[in-house]
Structure formats: structure tokens, C-alpha cells
Design a protein around this ligand. Structure first.
Ligand code: FAD
Length: 588
């Protein structure tokens, strides 16, 4: 059910016939409470008129150049009948349908801590938000159930996986040197020492974070937090590995809050409780190297961990319900990765489902169904289930604060990272896809700045994705497959690394760099790279998209020679038909 309501100009200090200098909304936009609708200019000042309600803009009654006075009609808004004073979720939120706000709780007892800002969760989103809020002068507390800041990314995600992948890449690279006349013996792998190296990397970073928190006077409260009303949070103090509750409880009274509780592994219902079946956290523990390993789910996390285990000696099978591995990236990139990595796999089972896992003495027996399913169950020494992650939005008592949480556990936010409760913000994995650390950090800064009464928006055009496999696969913006599917009038420039002096010198010329341009505006709208260190190079393409560059801007930027970065400039030249590092191109 929805209502149409009129949003009018409020009291603007007695001014009449004031000039409209900007209109921020158009029909179809979703606006939040307090979101600016128009900007006005008198001879003394400019001011913005905020929306009194959340909803979807149905009609805009004013235009730039017009004049308004108190009571003038600005927009007609469609609002949820039961949630008229709550902001609608933004495009960042996964479920934009208006939803009734829950009835908030009320706490009248004493508090152990008082602060201007409390951040729930100490992952990359949470600690970045806390640090930014403190830098902007807010008395800040961060609550985290584990003893260290860093969240999934630093402790059991991005960083430990890259520490292991780095070692795997060096082992693989050394093997390739045999073709150049440099031979080493088989590597001797001390798995305990390798695990120790990974732990040292994590320790260095988390210690650094603790120091930075201290330097900013951000108070760390260790425990499991739950909202009990819109201004109070209860924390069950934890010890040990983070799951042990000491029995002690603390109450935090806060003026503003940022929810950054992240996500958890999605576990299929038939996954047995057996140490030979692990999620990514278990795989990162690197307890032993199996002979035969099944990766359940052909996404980035599974393939990265598979790369590590395979280099250390495991034979891999991968099972994926969809028709390709590494969904999201263009198929031509994935093809290059597949060719380079086919030696790791005994079976790549696409369009196939795992329907049962049975723990027996000799191993974990997996039964499959689908186009490429083996007829008989298969036995594995280790099964990694990597079938995705689910948001933790439903696990923090958000409803007690009146905050809307979707059925799937996401917390809808507007483009200032504000939930339907204006003083409570949410960021990171629990506000929507893509679940990536760099998105969480960007959102964290937006949320903290708005909480500190600055004006900030999440208005990034693109968010890059990277598979840190070997070769790496990186992409950003519109992919070619998407452009085709959506009928976009696009053109592309592709530079094959087989024509790059540096790639040939590195003995790694299997990759390519591809740029996608809008044929109408000639601006870059996407790009992708497959090859070693693709992830380190994709940032230049992100910047080009954010800056609205065209092929001339990119092609005429002097890139250092000989580098793989040159391939981005050359791909732009290919699009223009002016590349001299390839055979003559057909005239356009
Ligand atoms: P999290 O990092 O999940 O942090 C949330 C924190 O909140 C956790 O520390 C948790 O303990 C705490 N918490 C939750 N509930 C409570 C509560 N009630 N009380 C107190 N504390 C609570 N992303 C990339 O960008 N690049 C990569 O290379 C990459 N690699 C990855 C590899 C793996 C194996 C995995 C699993 C993930 C990877 N990711 C990567 C994703 C990345 O880790 C997440 O996107 C990122 O950590 C999300 O940050 P966040 O702050 O939203 O949440």
C-alpha cells in the first residue's frame, strides 16, 4: 500500500519569490528523509530544502530558474502507507521496496559508556568508519566480538588469502623458469612455517590497526553487540576466540551509530560437521594438503583457495551450478585463465549440483546431479564449500532501534548510507553487493562524514572486481557481455599481451587488456584485464571511468615503457585505430 503526498516549501525566513538554482531529484528517484530536493538562492544566502518524507518521486513541480515561496508545491512523493516518515533504501540497498519500520525498543536504565558515535563491527568498513568519525572530532567507540580489529578481510579473507597466493605464485613462477634454462628442485614445503608466515602478516596489520585506533582515541569494546533501542546498545563481553561470552554485559549510550557487522559464510543444509569439510576460514587454516580436493562453488573465493592448494600439491575438482566459472567477468577473460589453469583440475563440473556430502572413514563422498555429474559418488580428502556469503543485518537487534532489515538480512540505506532511522547508518557487506572490502571502506567514509554533519554521498560510478588467481582477472564498469546483452552501442579496444615487449620478457604473454567505450559519447564505460598483476592495473581504468575519459585521453597519456600498464594506453589506441604496436588496423 502506498500514499501520494505533497512536499512543499517550509518556512524560509519570510523570503518570497526565491530563485531555484538547482533541482536535485527527478521522477522515479528514491529519496530519504532529510535528502535535499532543491537549492534556493536569496540575495543573502543559498539554502537546500530537504524532503520531510521518504519515498519515490512521482512528479516534480518546479524547475531551475523558477521561483518559490513558503508553501509552494515542490514534488509529489509516493510513500509507504505504514512508513511515511522513513527514508527509502537507495540503489545501494538490495531490496528497494518500501517496508514498514519495526517498532523500536526503549531503554531507561543507566549506561556504562557514552559516546557520540558507536560503530558495530571492526572490519574494514567498521574501523575505517570509526577512524574517520574520530578524525572528524567525534567521541567514538568501536564494538567487535573478536580481540582484534580487521574483520573478515584482515583476519580470514583478503589478506591471509593473498599471503598464501603470493607464495603459490612464486612457486609456480619458479617452475616456469625451467623453460629459460634455470632449474630448481622440487620445493620443500613446511606447511607450519607457511601458516606462520600468514599469521605474521595478519599480526603486523592488526597490530598496526590497534595502534591507529589508540592514536585516535577510538575506544575498543570487545563483545557481541545488539541494539536495545535507537540510542542504546547492549554488549555481551567476549573472551578467547570470540565465541566465548564472559557473562559480563555493558550498555553503550550513543548519539549516532554505524552498523558494520559484515557477512557470514552461506552453508548448504547438507554440509556435514566434519573437519574435512571447510569454508574459506577453515581452508585458510591450512592444516594439511589433501590429495583430492573438491571446490563447491566456482566463484572467486573458491578458485583463489583452489590455486593455493593445487600449487601445494592437491588435485582439484570444481562443481558449479551455473554454466561458467568466475561469474561476472567476461567469458573471453575466463577462457585465458582456464587455459593456463587446466593442469590443476581433474574435473570442472559446470551446470552441476552437489546434492549430498557424506563423511566416511576414507573421505568425504560427494553425490552430484546435472549435465556434467559423474555417475558415481566421488571421494575427497577435503571439501571447500564456497557458495557465497550472507549479510549479518538480521543478527544485531536492528529492529530494536527501529531499523529496517530485509528478509535476506540486508539493511537498506540511502546514498548517504543512512538507514530509515536518520541517526543510524549502515555500511559494508550488509548493505548489498558487491561484498568487497574497498566498497565497505568507501561507504564507511561517506557514513562517518554524514554522521559528523558533513555532506557526503556514495556516488562512485564503478566498483572494480578482481580474482587474485594466476593469471589475475580484473574488471570494472560495463563488461562486454553485459553491453551485448543490454544492447549498448559500444566499441572496444583490445591489446593482446602477445604484442607487449614486457609481457614477452616476463614469459607471461597469455593475457590481454580490453577497454569498452560508449560509441555515442566516445567515453570509456568499462575495462578488463587478464594477466599477472591485472588487479594492480585496473585502478587506472577505474579512474578513467570516474573522470569520464575518452580514448584520446587514455591513449595520449604517456605510460612508462616497458610496463604492462602500457597495455591500457595501447588498448585505447586500438579503439582509435592508431596503435603502432600491432599490425596495421583497418581504417574506421
Ligand atoms: P567484515 O569484514 O565482515 O567485518 C564485520 C565485523 O563485525 C567482524 O569482525 C565481526 O566479528 C563483527 N561483528 C559482527 N557482528 C557483531 C556483533 N553483533 N557484535 C560485535 N561484532 C560483530 N574483498 C576484497 O575487496 N578483496 C579481496 O581480495 C577479498 N578476498 C576475500 C577472501 C575471502 C576468503 C573472503 C571470505 C572474503 C574476501 N573479501 C575480499 C571480502 C571482504 O573480506 C569483505 O567484503 C569485507 O571484509 C567486508 O567488510 P565489512 O566491514 O562489511 O565486514
Amino acid at each position: 500500500m502506498s500514499n501520494l503526498i505533497e512536499i512543499k516549501v517550509p518556512d524560509i525566513g519570510g523570503h518570497d519569490n526565491v530563485d531555484i538554482i538547482e533541482v536535485f531529484v527527478k521522477v522515479g528517484d528514491t529519496v530519504a528523509v532529510e535528502e535535499s530536493l532543491i537549492a534556493l538562492e536569496t540575495d543573502k544566502a543559498t539554502m537546500e530544502v530537504p524532503s520531510t518524507h521518504a519515498g519515490v518521486v512521482k512528479e516534480v513541480k518546479v524547475a531551475v530558474g523558477g521561483k518559490v515561496s513558503e508553501g509552494s508545491l515542490l514534488v509529489i512523493l509516493e510513500v509507504a502507507a505504514t512508513a511515511t516518515a522513513t527514508p527509502a533504501p537507495s540503489s545501494a540497498a538490495p531490496a528497494p521496496a518500501l517496508q514498514a519500520a519495526p517498532v523500536a525498543g526503549s531503554h531507561s536504565g543507566a549506561a556504562d559508556y557514552e559516546c557520540e558515535m558507536v560503530v558495530l563491527g571492526g572490519g574494514p568498513g567498521g574501523y575505517s568508519a570509526a577512524f574517520r568519525a574520530a578524525d572528524l572530532g567525534m567521541k567514538t567507540i568501536v564494538v567487535e566480538r573478536f580481540s582484534k580489529l580487521g574483520g573478515v578481510c584482515l583476519n580470514v579473507g583478503c589478506i591471509p588469502s593473498k599471503a598464501l597466493l603470493h607464495n603459490a605464485a612464486v612457486i609456480d613462477e619458479v617452475k616456469h623458469l625451467a623453460a629459460n634454462g634455470i632449474k630448481f628442485g622440487e620445493p620443500e614445503i613446511d606447511i607450519d612455517a607457511l601458516r606462520g608466515f600468514k599469521e605474521k602478516v595478519i599480526g603486523k596489520l592488526t597490530t598496526g590497526l590497534a595502534g591507529m585506533a589508540k592514536a585516535r582515541k577510538v575506544e575498543f569494546v570487545r563483545g557481541i553487540a545488539r541494539f536495545i533501542d535507537p540510542h542504546h546498545m547492549e554488549v555481551q563481553i567476549t573472551s578467547g576466540d570470540g565465541k566465548e561470552v564472559t557473562g559480563e554485559t555493558k550498555i553503550i549510550k550513543f548519539q549516532k551509530a554505524i552498523i558494520a557487522a559484515g557477512s557470514s559464510v552461506f552453508k548448504l543444509p547438507f554440509v556435514p560437521n566434519d573437519p574435512r569439510v571447510v569454508d574459506s576460514t577453515g581452508a585458510l587454516e591450512l592444516k594439511s594438503v589433501p590429495k583430492r580436493m573438491l571446490i563447491l562453488g566456482g566463484g572467486i573465493i573458491g578458485l583463489e583457495m583452489g590455486t593455493v592448494y593445487s600449487t601445494l600439491g592437491a588435485r582439484l575438482d570444481v562443481v558449479e551450478m551455473l554454466d561458467g566459472l568466475m561469474q561476472g567477468a567476461d567469458r573471453d577473460l575466463v577462457k585465458v585463465w582456464e587455459k593456463w589453469n587446466s593442469h590443476r583440475f581433474d574435473n570442472i563440473m559446470l551446470k552441476t549440483k552437489t546434492v549430498a556430502l557424506e563423511a566416511k572413514e576414507d573421505g568425504i563422498w560427494a553425490t552430484f546431479e546435472g549435465e556434467n555429474a559423474p555417475k558415481e559418488p566421488q571421494c575427497y580428502d577435503l571439501v571447500l564449500h564456497a557458495t557465497g556469503r550472507v549479510p549479518n543485518g538480521g543478527k544485531v537487534g536492528a529492529e530494536n532501534a527501529g531499523v529496517i532489515v530485509t528478509d535476506r538480512g540486508f539493511i537498506p540505506v540511502d546514498n548517504q548510507m543512512r538507514t530509515n532511522v536518520p541517526h543510524i547508518f549502515a555500511i559494508g557487506d550488509l548493505v548489498g553487493q558487491p561484498m568487497l572490502a574497498h566498497k565497505a571502506v568507501h561507504e564507511a567514509h561517506v557514513a562517518a562524514e554524514n554522521a559528523a554533519d558533513h555532506k557526503a554521498f556514495f556516488d562512485a560510478r564503478v566498483i572494480p572486481g578482481v580474482a587474485y588467481t594466476d593469471p589475475e582477472v580484473a574488471w570494472v564498469g560495463v563488461t562486454e557481455d553485459e553491453a551485448k546483452k543490454n544492447g549498448i552501442n559500444y566499441g572496444k579496444g583490445v591489446f593482446p599481451w602477445a604484442a607487449s615487449g614486457r609481457a614477452i620478457a616476463n614469459g607471461r604473454d597469455e593475457g590481454f587488456t580490453k577497454l569498452i567505450f560508449d560509441q555515442d559519447t566516445k567515453q570509456i564505460i568499462g575495462g578488463a584485464i587478464v594477466g599477472p598483476h591485472a588487479g594492480d592495473m585496473i585502478g587506472e581504468i577505474c579512474l578513467a571511468i570516474e573522470m569520464g575519459c575518452d580514448a584520446v585521453d587514455i591513449g595520449k597519456t604517456i605510460h612508462p615503457h616497458p610496463t604492462m600498464g602500457e597495455s591500457i594506453g595501447m588498448a585505447a589506441e586500438v579503439f582509435k585505430g592508431v596503435c603502432t604496436d600491432l599490425p596495421p588496423q583497418k581504417k574506421k
